[in-house]
Write a protein that binds this ligand. Structure first.
Ligand SMILES: [Cu+2]
Length: 174
């Protein structure tokens, strides 16, 4: 028996077994996150029910002064197209994908959030200065990838309009 060959064989089998363990549904979901059970959403029914129906997208004011932003990334746009947030407060981002893997990034910042169909990506953001940021996709997602961009508008905290319940900070119409 050639122990060296057996060792190499077993090591190869082990490595091959580990690859699918870190991949789930052909997309990169780290094993820990998978075991912890990420919130699951049905990418085909986002518009029908649940957290990501259209009327629930955009900026929502939380009781403690922070805001929650809900977005959907899809080929080849972000919904809503324009997001309004106040400066200097925590922004809880919740985003999911309706189709492919995308990466939501705000140009000029280090924020880069990977967005996968079937799961909700969460990120804590904060913008200290008012201004406009281009929202771009940094994961090649198909033919229209390079046109996949929208906008994030940060307004001074005291100028951020008080949003009534049901009113969303979508600045596309402004
Ligand atoms: Cu994309």
């Amino acid at each position: 028996m050639n122990w060296r060959k057996l060792r190499i064989f077993l090591l190869t089998v082990l490595v091959l077994c580990l690859i699918p363990a870190t991949r789930y549904y052909q997309i990169d979901v780290p094993l820990l996150r998978f075991l912890k059970g990420t919130p699951q959403v049905d990418p085909l029914a986002l518009h029908l029910s649940g957290e990501f129906v259209e009327t629930n997208l955009g900026t929502e004011q939380d009781g403690d002064g922070s805001v929650t932003v809900r977005m959907v990334a899809q080929q080849y746009l972000f919904v809503p197209h324009c997001i309004l947030v106040p400066s200097g407060v925590p922004v809880h981002l919740r985003v999911t994908s309706a189709d492919a893997v995308h990466a939501l990034a705000f140009e000029g910042t280090d924020y880069n959030v990977k967005v996968l169909p079937g799961t909700i990506s969460e990120a804590q953001l904060q913008f200290s200065n008012a201004g406009q940021y281009k929202t771009v996709c940094r994961e090649f997602c198909g033919a229209g990838h390079y046109a996949m961009r929208s906008e994030l508008r940060v307004v001074p905290r005291d100028q951020f309009p008080a949003l009534r319940p049901g009113e969303r900070g979508n600045c596309a119409a402004q």
